[in-house]
Structures are given as C-alpha cells and as structure tokens.
Design a protein around this ligand. Structure first.
Ligand code: CTP
Length: 387
C-alpha cells in the first residue's frame, strides 16, 4: 500500500536497513524504515491522510514517523547524503538518491533497499555486494570514513557480530582500531555511548558482546580505568545470572547501572566524577557503589555463612537493588539464593501495627532517637521471625 501511495504522488519508495537485512535472514523485524526519493515529510503526510495515521515530522532531518491507531509505527526518511561538520555530531542533511543514501550507512548488511512501488514491488536494490556479505556473515563498512562519521558504529559492529554470530571483516577491523586509537569514541556524547551499550544489554547474549568490546579495546575507551580480567568476566557472569531475579522484585532496574557496579569497581574519585558527568549516573548510585566496595568482604562472608537476617540488616539496612546486584557478583549460586531470601524478607516485612506513636504509648516514652532504635530492633527481629 505504501508503494501505491508512492506512485500516487510520484515518488520512488523503499524499505531499507535492518528490516531488509532481517527479511533476508528470515528473522522477524517490526521496525520499518522507509526511504523516499522526494520529500519524506510530504509523503508521510499524504499516507497519514489516506490511512488515518498521525504524522510526527522532524523538519530538520526531512524525516517523519507515522503512528497508526493500533500503535504500529513506520519511520519515513528522505533519501539523503549526510555530511558531518564535526565527527561525532549529528549530521547535516542534503536531498539525494537511494544509492547515496545506502552508501552513507554503517555496514553493508544494513545497506540494502527493497522497492515498494507496484511496478517494481519487491525488487532488491543491492549496490555494494551486500547480500554476499550477509550470506557469508561479514560486517563490513562501506567506506573508510564510516567510523569517523559516527564512532558509535564501532559498538554497533560488535553488537551485530555477536547477535548474528558474524565476523568483522579484516579491513574494517583495521580502520576500527585506527579510529579507536585516535580517540574518536571520546568525541561522542556519553548519552549516545550509553544508548549503544544499553542496546547491547538488550541482546540475548550481552556478555559475549562485552567480552568482544574488551578484546578489541573498545571497552577501554568507554570505561577508561577498567581492566577486563578473567575475574571481572566471572563477576559479570554472576551479575547476569542474578539480574533477572532482581528484576522480578524491583521495577525499573537499569542493566547499564547493573554492569557498571562491576565495571566501575576500584575507580578513584576523580575518574568516578568524570564518569558520573559523562554517563549520567545518579549520585546515590555512586555512593552505594562505594559503600558496597568497602563492605564487600564482610558482606560476602556474612551471606556465605548464612548469618541471620537481623545481623545483615544491621550492616546494609534495606539496601537498594544495585547494592544487591553488586554483591551478587561475589556470590556463588547458593550465596545468591540466600541473598534473594534476604531481599524477599526486606520487601515483605512490615511493622504493621507498631508505629512510633504505639511504642511511645505502650512504654510510656517521650519522642526521641530511642523510639527509632526500638522500631529498628523490632523490625530486625521480625525479619528473622516473620510470624
Ligand atoms: N544506521 C547507520 N549508522 C548508525 C545507525 C544506523 O548507518 N550509527 C542505519 C543502518 O542502515 C541501520 C538503519 O540506520 O540499518 C536503522 O538503524 P537502527 O534502527 O538503529 O538499527 P537496525 O539496523 O534496524 O538494527 P536493530 O535490529 O538493532 O534495530
């Protein structure tokens, strides 16, 4: 239908990028990116009117999003040649043809288009031997400036590599390393780097990608003081095992913060401040990171020796999910299970009837810090004996 509308307003229309890649790989993908040779916004408005969809235009980029009643979305772009005024910044845009549009993309596997206009419906546009790379499982840049134009592509390369079990081709790898060493990643905003890492964390096997980021030296340009040792790998492995269980118990857990508890271990204060600035960690997060780091050994042994919940409570109180996640990096399965039981006790234990007022009346006390102490003690006792 999109193609029919293309004909009606005389514009060639293509579906491009990830959708085509996954179609050829026989993998479902519901992210539809459409490119129009012509004005993408005008096209989106036309389709929106015919199909009663909302059009959200981004004038500056000549793009628009069509939002249908059932929530389905299609992104529409104008075929364009982007040029970047400064590396790492958002591109400037020029109107152009589909071939140029495809050429400016990240990798060959993402640089194919399928025509949607009825006369040529379904025809694959493959100008750069992309299909061959897709079949052979190769991640290849289209031109040597690719990583300079958008350094986050270094991270994307690893993401696609591990998602499809593909390999970054040799020349691409060479250019990647060269641009990496020239510190191009450092020119990108922390928010964009963080977004790319978060995308990796949404993949099925994030640890494999993280290992590869470390192996290629990319991780060092994101977490400058992190030494990716086998011990660190083991810690992350344990965190990834524990994470789904924490997510069942707390809402809005960030995977990025979760792995950061391990990746940011033993950072000096200055670098931590820098990281906080760059990646936007909350102050509280950094504080609890330091707390857990200092208390790690006693906490680990308390949990391993299955000390009573009330004793653990004296040290970490109600804690917070990132403290527990960090701790989980040091615990084997049995330790993690005990920690989970502690978390459940904390989440399910409440002093229902017993309030400050109740304590004051019952024991004939005046208000003061002692009331709080009594409440805390009662709470800790209840942790051990829920009934
Ligand atoms: N693209 C690019 N350079 C980037 C990001 C994206 O050239 N830094 C292009 C690629 O052609 C990509 C398309 O824009 O296919 C859409 O990008 P995106 O939605 O981020 O990725 P997908 O390829 O759709 O991958 P995913 O399956 O992870 O959504």
């Amino acid at each position: 239908l999109i193609g029919v509308y293309g004909n009606e307003i005389k514009m060639p229309v293509y579906v491009v990028g990830g959708f085509v890649r996954d179609l050829l790989l026989n993998i479902p993908n519901y992210d539809i990116d459409v490119v129009v040779e012509g004005n993408g916004i005008e096209f989106a408005k036309y389709v929106g009117k015919q199909l009663d969809a909302i059009v959200v235009p981004y004038e500056k980029f000549y793009t628009a999003t069509l939002v249908f009643k059932d929530g389905f979305k299609i992104d529409v772009a104008t075929a364009r040649t982007e040029y970047y005024e400064k590396p790492g910044e958002l591109p400037q845009v020029d109107v152009s043809t589909i071939k140029k549009d495809l050429y400016r993309r990240d990798f060959t596997i993402n640089a194919m288009a399928i025509k949607l206009n009825p006369n040529e419906f379904g025809v694959l546009y493959d100008f750069f031997n992309c299909q061959k790379d897709l079949e052979e499982g190769i991640i290849r840049i289209l031109h040597n400036l690719s990583f300079i134009e958008d350094p986050t592509r270094m991270i994307r390369a690893v993401r696609f590599e591990s998602r499809y079990n593909f390999k970054i081709e040799e020349h691409t790898l060479e250019i990647l390393k060269r641009n990496l060493e020239a510190n191009y990643l450092e020119r990108v905003s922390g928010a964009r780097i963080r977004q790319e890492i978060e995308k990796i964390l949404e993949e099925r096997q994030p640890l494999i990608a993280i290992r590869r980021l470390a192996e290629l030296g990319i991780l060092k340009h994101i977490f400058p003081k992190t030494y990716y040792t086998p011990t660190m790998d083991e810690k992350l492995e344990r965190v990834f095992r524990f994470l789904p269980l924490v997510k069942q118990r707390y809402q809005n857990i960030s995977d990025f913060y979760a792995i950061s508890t391990v990746l940011l271990e033993f950072y000096d204060k200055e670098t931590l401040d820098f990281m906080r600035n760059r990646y936007g960690y909350p102050k509280k997060f950094i504080e609890s990171l330091k707390f857990t780091e200092n208390m790690m050994l006693p906490l680990k042994s308390m949990i391993e020796s299955q000390l009573s919940f009330s004793d653990i409570y004296k040290v970490i109180g109600k804690g917070n999910p990132y403290i527990f996640i960090h701790l989980s990096a040091y615990l084997d399965d049995e330790g993690q299970q005990y920690l989970l039981r502690y978390i459940d006790a904390i989440l399910n234990t409440k002093l229902e009837k017993v309030t400050g007022k109740y304590v004051m009346e019952k024991f004939n006390l005046k208000s003061g810090p002692v009331i709080n102490e009594i409440l805390e003690t009662l709470y800790a006792m209840k942790l051990d004996n829920p009934n």
